[in-house]
Design a protein around this ligand. Sequence first.
Ligand code: HEC
Ligand code: HEC
Length: 451
Amino acid sequence: MGSKDLIAAARGMRKSKLVKLAVLGTAASVAAVVSSAAPRRGGFDAEIARHAQTMLDEGRKIFRYDTFGSEAFWGEALQLHKAIAGEKNGGVGPGVSPKTALAVGLKVDADALPNALKKQLAAGKVNLDDPATTIALLKLNAVVGVTAFADGNGAVKSIGIQCAFCHSTVDNSFAPGIGERLDGWANRDLNVGAIVSLAPNLQPFTDLLGVDAATVKKVLATWGPGRFDAELDKDGKALRPDGKQAGTLIPPAFGLAGVNLHTWTGFGSVPYWNAYVGATEMHGSGTFFDARLGDKDQYPVAAKSGAWNTRGSPDKLTAKLAALHFYQLSIPAPQAPPGSYDHAAFERGKALFDGTAKCATCHVPPLFTEPGNNLHAPAEIGVDSFQADRSPTHMYRTAPLAGLWTHQKGGFYHDGRFATLLDVVNHYDSLLDLKLSDAQKKDLIEYLKGI
Ligand code: HEC
Ligand code: HEC
C-alpha cells in the first residue's frame, strides 16, 4: 500500500481499524493526523461535538422563531396586529395586504408555504390585495421575523417579532420577496419606521419620549428602508443636530466570529447586544444590565425609564443568549457570486487595499477589523461624532467588510452617508491623501465587491 492509498483508506475508516493500521510503520503518522482532526467517538470530545450541534440547532430556532415574549409590546401594547388585520377581520383601518407587506420590505419564507398554496400563488390565484391573505401567511409562520398568535377561534390576538425581522432576508427564488431564508443578511428593504407607524396605539412611545403621536410618526418616517434607531429610547435624540435622520443602517449578523466589538459604535460583544436588543428594543421579557446607560446626561430617557437595568419577568431571554451567540458566530459571510465582480481587478484592488491605500491597517484581513479594541475616534475616519457620541465608547467600530456585496442597498457607513463604494473610496482618498488614480479606485471597488 502506497502512502496515498493509505490516506484514502484512513479517511474512510473507523478508528478501530486505524489503530490496527497504526502498527504498520508509515501508517502510524497517517493515523495520528486523521484521528487528531476528527473527534473521538466517545468521551468529552463527543460531548463537545454534541453540544456544538445542539447550540447550532437551538440558536437557529431562536434567531428565526423566538419572540422572547415581545408580543406583549407589539401586540398587546401597540396593537399592531389590529392594524394588520384591518376592520373587516376584527381589527382597525384598511388592514395590511400582502402587497403592502412586501412593499415595506417584509419577506416570505417559501419553505413555510404548503405546496398547494405555492401552486395557487404561481398561478396568480391568491388575492395579494386582501389583508386576510396576510393573516393566513402569518398563521403559517411564513412572514420572516414576525409571528402571530391566534385565539381559540383562530382570530389573531397578538403579534411578536424575532431577530430575523431585521437580520434576515430571502433569496427571491419563488418571487420578489418570497424565497429561501438567508439568515444574518441585513434586510435593507425593511421599513421599520413605516411598520411601527401603523400601530393604533403609540402611547408607549409618547409616554417614554414625552412627545405627541404626530411627532413620533414624523420621526419614524425619517428612517426609511433599512434603518432603525436603537438608541432613541435611551437618549431621546430623534434627529441629528443638522436635522437629518438619526437611525443607523441594519448591519449584517454574519461573519462576526473573531470580531471583538459589535454595532457601528462598539457598544459591546454579540451577547451584550443581543440582550440589549432582545430586552429593550424588541421588548421581549428578559434581563439587560449596563450601568453606563444609567448616566442621566448621556442617556436621560434610559436613566428615567430604568432600561439600563431591565428585569423582565419571567426572563425569556437570558437562557437563550448562549445558543443565539453560537448561531450568529456560525453564520459565515457569504461568498460573492463569481460573476459579480472583475477577478483581475479584484487582485489589483487587493494589493492596493493591503498596501498603498492603507485600508488593511484598520480592516485587517481576513476579519477586516482589528484584532483587539477595534474602535476609532470620529476624526480618524473623517466623520462627525453624532452617532459615536450616542455610544458609551464615543467611537466608531471598524466595520468588518466580508460579505459587503450583500448590503450595498442603503449606502455605506453607519447612516448610509456614502451612497456608493466610489463615494467611500473618494472619501478615503482625500482623508488619507492617497492620490489614487481612477483606475486604482475602480480596482479597489472590485475588491470590496468580491470580499
Ligand atoms: C428592528 C430591527 C432589529 C431587530 C429586531 C434586531 N436588530 Fe440587530 N441590529 C439592528 C440595528 C439597526 C443594528 C445597529 C445598531 C447600532 O449600531 O447602533 C443592529 C446590530 C446588531 C448586531 C451588531 C452587528 C455588527 O456588525 O456588529 C448584531 C450581532 C445584531 N444586531 C443581532 C441581533 C439579534 C441576535 C437580534 C435578536 C435578538 C437582533 N439583532 C434584533 C436592527 C435590529
Ligand atoms: C483608521 C481606520 C480605517 C482605515 C484606514 C480605513 N477604514 Fe474603512 N472603516 C473604518 C471604520 C471605523 C468604519 C465604520 C464607519 C462608520 O461606522 O460609519 C469603516 C467603514 C468602511 C466601509 C463601510 C462598511 C459598511 O458596512 O458600510 C467601507 C466600504 C470601508 N470602510 C472601506 C475602506 C477602504 C477601502 C479603506 C482604504 C482606502 C478603508 N476603509 C480604510 C476604519 C478605517
